[in-house]
Ligand binder design. Sequence first.
Ligand code: ADP
Ligand code: MG
Ligand code: MG
Length: 252
Amino acid sequence: MLEIKDLHARIEDKEILRGIDLTVNAGEVHAIMGPNGSGKSTLASIVAGKKEYEVTKGSIELDGKDLLDMDPEERAAEGVFLAFQYPVEIPGVSNTYFLRAALNAIRKHNGQPELSMSEFMKHIRAKAQLMELDSTMLSRAVNEGFSGGEKKRNEIFQMAVLEPKLCVLDETDSGLDIDALKIVANGVNALRGPERSVVVVTHYQRLLNYIVPDFVHVLMGGRIVKSGGRELALELEEKGYGFIEEEVAARA
Ligand code: ADP
Ligand code: MG
Ligand code: MG
């Protein structure tokens, strides 16, 4: 499914990613953890196609297709969804309108017919129910005036509606409050399935109590320096990142 090989990237003249290898198979949930500034958000942004970063070496493929060759819209149509801690507001555009346009663009890209209005409404109502989203939020402008928790819920709802192949969640370092955390976790857990891969970027172990990952990777200095199962996240919580720094130093 997702295959990242020897990925190097820089911003301005600073090298941030220094050789990332990561394979995420269909059905798996991978967590990327690491200290502040290690390159986690950079990695998530590059997978989604943000333009600030220059990839200097390596490849990213999704189902054998070269993602680096695609703009962010094409990647989305291929099934990549990136969720951020601070979702964008789109004043004047209702959630329903936005999602219908987005879903139809994806369907068109994949050679599927547009959903009729009634098919579409049925689809989003089912997803709103699954995500426990208040139905009044469907007609509101995308994220405009939403509280932090509402934005988070809405974003996970958007993800559920678009049914991406690859979900990338960057929860950044400042952390979510416990309610937002549970919203994200419930949403992601509802979407887990054999056809879908999830990459959760998080500084803290906390989220992983709710989204139990199959694999945990530690990113440090732009490289994955250690990988393991969920127990690695628990070990990090207990010991901090220091013990891995020592391991890496001992290896060098
Ligand atoms: P993390 O998400 O792990 O905290 P980031 O990927 O945000 O790390 O950042 C990795 C490094 O890249 C940091 O040293 C950060 O200062 C630098 N960096 C990230 N974005 C920019 C930017 N737009 N301009 C300059 N440096 C940046
Ligand atoms: Mg950071
Ligand atoms: Mg970050």
